[in-house]
Design a protein around this ligand. Structure first.
Ligand code: C5P
Length: 299
């Protein structure tokens, strides 16, 4: 008996970062859009908690208790007074340490899968609470679609989307550490009076209208300068996608994956070809959003 759950990647179409908080986090206005790259998480009863991973980047995924999927199983088990003896297998398609919430997706996936396997019957609220304990992006991996995240990103309000948005992602060599990118953002803004982060009304209107050009005109990422500062080669990738006709080019979350919003499927292929030819990235992925959140496939 096992349960399999599919979980999407995300891109941040707005990431407004406030000043550093006393707890080491930053208040955000974080507009998430789930996109159709998925990790698939399968849990099976076992003698002890064990994590395995398959997929092209499997060797880059930690398999110990630092893996969010393992931590999710432990957190749910602890709350319900049971053991967490499961084999968690992650079939990984989301770029690792790329700013697309791949680790968060695995946490949300394992949580939903263990809840179903164990018949825990946790409420949506409880699942979201556990997700928020696991990490700032984990609640969004559970709900998917599009949402505004306030607080450190965990307090979600769903957003309307009026159409499908087409994306090309350029996967960079190696990852970037999220805390390091936030720290670089603080360093770059040390002499600036950083305002409280506010969601853009024009951006949420563009999402709800399904208007890609309007979305492109309003997208922003306060972590972009920091990611490019730590990884200057990203500038060439952003430039290659822009010259090939992307409506907008942006670092995805804390990077180093870069995201290109395009007008449609034909434009996506053109931008993808140009990015491959540019030699500035390791892999190129074409997809669209919104995508659904964590979904039980079998179990
Ligand atoms: O919540 P999560 O564990 O994913 O956050 C990883 C790190 O990213 C935090 O330790 C912090 O350095 C940074 N972060 C932040 N502000 C946020 C979210 C994350 O500074 N809102």
């Amino acid at each position: 008996m096992s349960v399999t759950v599919r979980v999407p990647a995300k891109v941040n179409v707005q990431l407004a970062v406030g000043p550093l908080r006393p707890d080491g986090f930053h208040d955000l206005a974080n507009v998430f859009l789930a996109v159709g790259l998925y990790d698939v998480v399968t849990v099976t009863p076992a003698d002890e908690l064990r994590v395995t991973c398959s997929g092209p980047d499997a060797d880059k995924v930690p398999l110990d208790d630092s893996n969010l999927a393992a931590r999710a199983a432990l957190a749910l088990a602890r709350r319900h007074g049971r053991d967490a003896n499961v084999h968690i297998h992650i079939d990984k398609d989301i770029p690792v340490a790329g700013g697309m919430a791949g680790g968060s997706a695995d946490g949300a996936g394992a949580l939903v899968a263990c809840d179903a396997l164990w018949g825990t019957g946790a409420s949506r609220e409880e699942l979201l609470e556990i997700c928020a304990e696991l990490g700032s992006d984990v609640p969004f991996s559970l709900v998917g679609g599009a949402a505004l995240g306030r607080g450190r990103g965990e307090l979600l309000t769903p957003l309307e989307t009026g159409g499908i948005f087409h994306w090309v992602f350029a996967v960079a060599d190696g990852g970037l550490s999220t805390p390091a990118v936030y720290a670089e953002c603080d360093r770059l803004r040390a002499d600036t009076d950083v305002p409280a982060p506010e969601p853009s009304a024009a951006l949420t209107a563009a999402l709800s209208a399904g208007d890609a050009a309007a979305l492109a005109a309003t997208m922003s990422n306060d972590l972009q300068a920091a990611a490019v500062s730590l990884r200057p080669s990203l500038a060439a990738t952003l430039d290659a996608g822009t010259r090939a006709g992307a409506l907008a080019a942006m670092v995805s979350g804390s990077g180093p994956t870069t995201a290109f919003l395009v007008a449609g499927e034909a434009e996506a292929e053109k931008v993808a070809d140009a990015l491959r030819d540019s030699g500035t990235c390791r892999a190129v992925r074409v997809t669209s959003g919104p995508a659904p959140g964590a979904t039980v496939l079998r179990g």
